[in-house]
Structures are given as structure tokens and as C-alpha cells.
Write a protein that binds this ligand. Structure first.
Ligand SMILES: NC(=O)c1ccc[n+]([C@@H]2O[C@H](COP(=O)([O-])OP(=O)(O)OC[C@H]3O[C@@H](n4cnc5c(N)ncnc54)[C@H](OP(=O)(O)O)[C@@H]3O)[C@@H](O)[C@H]2O)c1
Length: 217
């Protein structure tokens, strides 16, 4: 039986990943503080598409996707209720982007290089199994990206090996090469890849790229 996936986030990332999980046969509940804003999506997304609050979706799900504004991620995890996330894989797409404007195309973060947003989230919900994923590419390429040179690389990290195995299954389905960078602290390096990924776009050179890690076999 296919897993039930909660998508916490009514933005573009939530929509693309919700549609991606539905396409691959999962049941999906999208969540917002105001679920009614997702009625239009539910009406067209089919019988396996549900909507709810952050807490309803987190409780219902087997695995969870966190796709909210970085500055609101801690609040969203609290609204979801850490008890509802205990023992579950939480795919963390968030980036700690500050409200201040970018400088020469370089985003500003509200974290520094010696901590990450995911580590903060892991402290708020210590029994949830956070895995950083989908944070270093634009939403248009998250599901089965078609780029010259084959599947791009998604960098992941997290403390729970089983959760990372769950995420690897999803990334295989979604057409990605997976590079496991280790424990939660590696999010200090993965989250800033979002800055790098956005520089061409914010500098007027387009958003149609993704990272690929080249390695000897
Ligand atoms: N956009 C991309 O292509 C992309 C790519 C990679 C990673 N990301 C990361 O993915 C995340 C989602 O990005 P996005 O562009 O889809 O959406 P977004 O505009 O960054 O976030 C929208 C979501 O944030 C929630 N939110 C905002 N303020 C809140 C608060 N005070 N408390 C609780 N929730 C709050 C909203 O909840 P309501 O539904 O209740 O309004 C909504 O669900 C971000 O962290 C972003 O950095 C984005």
C-alpha cells in the first residue's frame, strides 16, 4: 500500500511536490493555516488529494514534507505538533532566507555557517526524523527533471538512516541522483546551495539549471 504524505505548505513547492506524489500514486494531504485556500487544488487533483490543517495532515500522514517559508518553519512545526511528527520522516525543503534584499544576486540568510535551519527544527521536534531534501533546486525541476547530462544530484542529510532510505526511494521515483552528505549538521552546507542556485536567476541569467556531483565509480 502506498504511503500517505502530508505536505505542509500552500506555496509553489507544496503544490509541485503534492502533484508529484500524486503522480507517483501516493495519497496526499496538503496543509495550510487556512485549508480553504487549497479547495481549488483539491477540486482538480483527484480522489487521493485531501486538505487540512498542519496538525491534521501531520497526524494523518506516514511521511511529511515541510514546505513553508523558512522564517515560519519553526512556527509551522509547532502548529503541526511535534507529537504528530514523532517517528516520521520529515522531508525538509526549507531554506533560511532572510527578509532583507539580496546583494548582487546573493540571498541573505538568517542563520550562519555554523548552524542550519534544519538543526533548529530537529530541536523543536526531537523525535521527528528530518531529512534535508529538495532545498537546492527550483520547484520547476523537483519532479522528474529533464536536463541534458542525465539526472541531477539532490544533496540530502539527516540523523536517521531509515528516514534517509525513505527519501532515497522518493528521489529515485522523482528522477534524481542522491548524494547523502551525512548527519543533520551537513544542512549547514546544503542550505547555502540555495544561495548558489539562485545567483544566476537573481542576476538575470535564468533559472533552468540544477547541480550534478561527478564522482569516480
Ligand atoms: N520556491 C522554490 O522554488 C523553492 C525551491 C527550493 C526550496 N524552497 C523553499 O521551500 C519553502 C517553501 O517555498 P514556497 O515558495 O513554496 O513557499 P513560501 O511562500 O516560502 O511559504 C509559503 C508557506 O509558508 C507558510 N507560512 C508563512 N508564514 C507562516 C507563519 N507565520 N506560520 C506558519 N506558516 C507560515 C504559509 O502558510 P499558509 O498556507 O498558512 O499561508 C505557506 O504554506 C521555503 O522555505 C523555500 O525557501 C523553495
Amino acid at each position: 500500500m502506498m504511503k500517505k504524505i502530508a505536505i505542509l505548505g500552500s506555496g509553489q513547492v507544496g503544490q509541485v511536490l503534492a502533484d508529484g506524489f500524486l503522480k507517483h500514486g501516493y495519497e496526499v494531504m496538503r496543509a495550510s493555516r487556512e485549508p480553504s485556500k487549497l479547495e481549488g487544488w483539491k477540486a482538480t487533483a483527484g480522489a487521493k488529494a485531501l486538505i487540512g490543517t498542519f496538525a491534521e495532515a501531520a497526524k494523518w500522514a506516514d511521511d511529511v514534507v515541510l514546505a513553508v517559508k523558512g522564517g515560519a518553519a519553526i512556527e509551522a512545526v509547532k502548529l503541526a505538533n511535534p507529537a504528530n511528527l514523532a517517528g516520521k520522516t520529515v522531508m525538509d525543503t526549507t531554506n533560511p532566507i532572510a527578509d532583507a534584499a539580496p546583494v548582487n544576486g546573493v540571498l541573505r540568510f538568517f542563520t550562519d555557517l555554523n548552524e542550519s535551519l534544519m538543526e533548529r527544527l530537529q530541536k523543536v521536534a526531537p523525535n521527528a526524523h528530518f531529512v534535508k531534501v529538495f532545498s537546492c533546486v527550483g520547484n520547476a525541476f523537483m519532479v522528474n527533471p529533464q536536463l541534458p547530462g542525465g539526472p541531477p544530484t539532490m544533496f540530502i542529510c539527516g540523523n536517521d538512516p531509515g528516514a534517509k532510505a525513505d527519501v532515497r526511494v522518493v528521489l529515485d521515483q522523482f528522477g534524481w541522483d542522491t548524494a547523502d552528505m551525512g548527519a543533520a549538521e551537513a544542512a549547514r552546507a546544503i542550505e547555502p546551495l540555495c544561495m548558489l542556485w539562485c545567483i544566476p536567476g537573481l542576476s538575470g541569467k535564468g533559472w533552468t539549471h540544477a547541480f550534478k556531483l561527478l564522482r569516480l565509480p
